[in-house]
Every structure is written in C-alpha cells, then in structure tokens.
Design a protein around this ligand. Structure first.
Ligand code: AMP
Length: 364
C-alpha cells in the first residue's frame, strides 16, 4: 500500500469538508467506529458541527485555516462535491483526500462528467455544450424539443436548469443561466429514476447497495423505494454500471450514480455524486452497514461492511414544514425518524427523513 492508502485506524481524526446533514450523519457513523471528526464549514451551528468533535468555521478559500485544519486530521473527506479545486488541491498536498481531487473535478462539471462516462462506454442522454444563442439553436435543432438546458457547474436539486419545450424562446432559457456555461441535454422519457451507491477502497474492493427508485417533487428528492421494482437484468446492469464507473474513477470512498431507466429498460446515467447521497439514507435502518459507515470504512482503508439489506425500505424526506409531523412519525412502530438539527423549516429545505422498514421474510 502507498502512504496515501495506508489504514487510518479507529481513534484517528477524520476531516470533513461541509457542514450539512450528510456531514452530520457521516460524523455520527465515524463516532460509532471510534473516530474523532473535525468539520470545516463556513457557517456557525451547522448540522455537522453540532455533532463533530471539533469544528473550524472558515471560508473554503482560507488557505491558512485549511492548513491548520489539515494539521489536526489524519484523512480528509467531504460531504459535497463542489469543493473548490484549489481547496481540494491544497489539502491533498498535506493529507490524504478521499475521493481525490480528480474525482471531484469530474463530478463538479457536467460536461467533463458526461464525456468521461461516454469515454468509458457508459451511455448518458445526448448532450451538446452551449455558451451562445447560435450554439443553443444549433443544439436544439440536433437534439429536438423538449430539451433540458443546465449549467455546467454548481447545479443541484434542479437549480440551474430549464426545460425548453416547443414554442419556448431559447434566448430566455439562456438568460436564466446568468452567463454561466451551459450544456443542452436531450429529454429522456424515463419510466423511473434510480440510483446505485457503490463503495470502493484503495485496494480495489467494491461493495454496492441494491438499486433504488427515486421520486422527486419540484426537482427535490422526496421518496426513495428500496429495492427498485425493475427486472433483475436491469438491476444487474445498473449495478455493473456503477461498479465500472467506480473502478474507472479509481474511487476511494462512496459514489452515488443517478440513472434514468427508459421505457425499454435501458440505463442512462444522469449524475455522479462521490459522497454519501440522499438516496442512500434508507441504508441506515435497512442494511447491515449504512452508506455512512461504508464511506468511513472506505476512506479509512478498513474492510468494507456487508451492504446486504435485511429489510425493504421507503425513505421519505421531511422537507420544509413536513418536519412538523415528527410526533406522529415517532408513534409509528415501523418508522425510524432522523432529524438534522436545523432551526428553521424553510420551504424546500431538507429538515430530516423517515425510514419505514419492512423486514424481509427470507432474510436469514
Ligand atoms: P439533475 O439536476 O441533473 O439531477 O436533474 C434534476 C431532475 O431533472 C432529474 O432528477 C430529472 O427528474 C430531471 N431531468 C434532468 N435531466 C433530464 C433529462 N435529460 N431528461 C428528462 N428529465 C431530466
């Protein structure tokens, strides 16, 4: 093993960039395995900061603060992929960073990501880079309508994207990008959105969770159904796709692969997230190893845990005011409530989730 892939044993400190709910659940899983955590986050009283051993509140471009942070941790990981390249590069010169800056660079740029995927034989929606109106018009002529115009960078939960339908003015859609580089995607007439989460260690071991179905409301994940009701051959193809991508990325950590399942059961990859993912929250209460524990194991060079599911599950996000339903959820025998410690229930804000679990009769 190289120094960068040496085992980081329990008792060590894991540095986590980002302070949201993913960082919070990662820190809790790390603590359960005897690790300390140090969260680096620009905001005070973050969900992750509330449960971490230590917190640095500083901007992601504060190189001095990053150096001090790195000096206190044994390995660095993150809970979001839009970590600035300079930040990841600075940290990587000081400590092992998993997944590495190269994986981040691909996952934070939709064009690079799609070119990488197509280059390793993984199909995506057809796409064209567009920066100007003539380019957009030419791309629309090729891909047809409807089509989806997205920002190349910094898009999530449907932010930074517009559907261009017949009759819509492409100039308006381009304006909505606010001058950012764009990518036009052909519209996929999918029958299901699905995802597969796979973990990979530095020594190349892989473990995946079963493919799940994801239902969105207003572009935000609302419900995950585990397992996805798709034919076994389609599920196998989805899993093999995710494992192939993880290998080709030389990933160390966790990778969520968001996919479209077409009417004729083809798999098209939409997005990669090299971190724990909302569509993996069900694993906390339905699998032998949760996605968060698996991420800790992978980045620390421990053996991966069994991703086997002992229960089927339905994960429901509690978004905005939905969180106020917590007393009724606590009274449900099959429900497991997770709250993120966010004070204010703003519309569209992920406040918590509930896993409703159904033990599998066949599980021995
Ligand atoms: P994204 O920001 O790429 O994750 O997209 C957010 C959501 O928009 C997806 O989960 C889909 O529901 C929808 N969507 C994105 N791209 C396409 C596409 N090319 N065709 C159809 N629907 C799409």
């Amino acid at each position: 093993m190289t120094a960068a892939s040496a085992m980081v044993p329990p008792g060590s400190t894991i540095g986590i960039l980002g302070g949201g709910q993913l960082g919070r659940m990662l820190a809790l899983a790390a603590a359960a395995l005897g690790y300390r955590t140090h969260v680096f986050v620009p905001e005070r009283d973050s969900p992750a900061g509330q449960v971490a051993t230590a917190t640095t509140v500083a901007a992601y471009d504060d190189l001095d603060a990053l150096s001090r942070f790195a000096a206190t941790v044994d390995v660095v990981t993150f809970e979001f992929e839009n970590v600035p390249a300079a930040t990841a590069g600075h940290l990587a010169a000081l400590r092992p960073v998993h997944p590495g800056p190269g994986v981040l660079a691909i996952a934070q740029d939709r064009l690079l990501e799609k070119r990488f995927l197509n280059g390793i034989g993984v199909p995506t929606a057809p796409f064209r880079p567009v920066a100007t109106l003539p380019e957009l018009e030419a791309a629309l002529a090729e891909l047809g309508r409807p089509a989806v115009l997205k920002t190349v960078r910094m898009g999530y939960d449907g932010k930074g994207q517009t559907v261009i339908r017949p009759g819509d003015d492409p100039a308006r859609a381009l304006l909505a990008l606010g001058g950012a580089d764009g990518v036009l995607e052909g519209f996929v007439d999918f029958r299901m959105e699905a995802s597969v989460i796979v973990a990979r260690t530095a020594s190349g071991d892989l473990a995946h969770f079963v493919p799940v179905e994801n239902r969105h409301v207003h572009h935000i994940l609302d419900t995950t159904i585990a397992p996805a009701a798709i034919p076994a051959a389609t599920a196998d193809a989805a899993v093999e796709t995710a494992r192939h991508i993880a290998r080709e990325l030389d990933l160390v950590g966790l990778l969520a692969v968001e996919m479209f399942v077409t009417a004729d059961d083809r798999i098209l990859v939409n997005e990669l997230a090299p971190r724990p993912h909302n569509s993996g929250h069900w694993t906390m209460d339905a699998c032998r190893t949760s996605q968060f524990e698996q991420h800790v194991r992978a980045v620390c060079g421990l053996p991966l845990g069994s991703p086997e599911r002992h229960s089927d599950a339905i994960m429901k996000n509690l978004i905005g005011d939905e969180v106020h339903g917590w007393p009724a959820i606590l009274a449900e025998p099959d429900a497991k409530l997770h709250l993120y410690g966010k004070a204010e229930a703003r519309p569209g804000r992920k406040m918590g989730h509930v896993n409703r679990v159904f033990p599998r009769a066949s599980f021995a």
